[in-house]
Design a protein around this ligand. Structure first.
Ligand code: PBG
Length: 341
């Protein structure tokens, strides 16, 4: 039986839809633009960068094509470029020499560690860009965990004390926003107290409120040099990827303790969490499109399996649709250029 021999549809399409035709608004570029519900702008972008000691030097990161570790002087130049593009803020992460890493990550307290140096230099040269510093011990510990490790256990309360002191040091160096990414209990309240006690009432806290024990952090661990060091996993402090109610409880606690903004990490596999947090709490909500998400798009594009720019822009548009106020993304400068063009 060929197509023409089949009986006609029992109802016409107009009978089925009651004349509602959703394609009407999709028929032309102008009408699609007119009804677009969310829009990605440069104001949505936070750019994570990796800092190393030394001068005028970069290092490639194999699993993150297009991303380089850079010395502070070059980070200042990149900050200038980012500010010119209109990117509101940078998030800085260090790669620390192995001989400076120890069991407790004590180098995080050094006023002259490379993160604090970068904050001072960027603040002085580019006062108009926001500086977000990550407070977590993993780049500073000899074992790559986010907390103090004793007898195989990540010790919560002592870690919190250390993080609170580190946060004050970061604020002194010029950080505008402290972003604890360690998932210890009570760290937001302790950091808030410590900042206020040191006169930094205006330094904000962006809590990595829902950080999942994810497989998508691999390339980042190469970038900060923790990949080879880390034994075991982070399941005793990060959230189980299967959980959503727990993400609500975590976020509730962080807000009660004084978080000004919350973040979901990773991003793309957790858009449901972004939407839930935004709808439940209404706080400024950010997502971290992490290293593995970046690497996936890069790798597929390098193989000719995806159109790089389309996949990149669509991935970021999805965060806006999910209710995010902004995205930490390694694509930030390229996207900012594209949005300008
Ligand atoms: C740890 C930290 C991680 C990232 C930033 N800070 C995760 C980890 O190594 O466990 C991941 C960022 C990324 O993958 O882009 N405090």
């Amino acid at each position: 039986m060929n197509h023409m021999d089949r009986p006609p549809l029992p109802r016409s399409v107009d009978e089925i839809t009651g004349s509602r035709r959703l394609r009407r608004m999709r028929k032309a570029d102008w009408s699609r633009r007119m009804v677009q519900e969310t829009r990605l702008t440069v104001d949505d972008l936070i750019w994570p960068i990796f800092i190393i000691e030394g001068e005028n030097r970069t290092e490639d990161i194999a699993a993150m094509p297009g991303v380089k570790r850079m010395t502070v002087d070059l980070a200042v130049r990149e900050a200038e470029r980012a500010a010119k593009l209109g990117i509101p803020a940078l998030a800085t992460f260090p790669n620390i020499a192995l001989d400076k890493r120890d069991q407790t990550g004590s180098h995080i307290l050094d006023a002259d560690n490379v993160i604090n140096k970068a904050s001072r230099a960027i603040k002085a040269a580019v006062p108009d860009i926001g500086i977000i510093t990550d407070v977590a011990l993993d780049p500073f510990t000899s074992h790559g965990h986010d907390g103090i490790l004793r007898d195989g256990i990540i010790v919560n309360d002592e870690t919190v004390e250390l993080l609170a002191r580190a946060a004050v040091g970061q604020a002194e160096a010029g950080a505008d926003i402290i972003a604890p990414s360690d998932m210890m209990d009570g760290r937001i309240g302790a950091i808030r107290d410590a900042l206020d006690g040191a006169g930094f009432q205006d330094v904000a806290i962006m809590s990595y409120a829902t950080k999942f024990a994810s497989g998508f952090y691999g390339p980042y661990r190469e970038a900060v040099g923790t990949g080879g060091l880390l034994k075991g996993d982070k399941k005793t402090y990060y959230i189980d990827p299967s959980n959503s109610e727990e993400a609500i409880r975590e976020t509730e606690a962080d807000i009660a303790e004084g978080a000004d903004m919350v973040m979901v990490k990773p991003g793309m596999p957790y858009l449901d969490i972004c939407r839930r947090l935004k709808d439940t709490f209404g706080l400024p909500t950010f997502a971290y499109q992490v290293s593995g998400e970046y690497a996936m798009i890069k790798a597929a594009a390098a193989n000719g399996w995806l159109d790089h720019d389309r996949a990149m822009m669509e991935s970021l548009a999805a965060f806006k649709r999910a209710g995010c106020d902004g995205i930490l993304t390694y694509f930030a400068p390229q996207v900012a250029e594209m949005l300008k063009g």
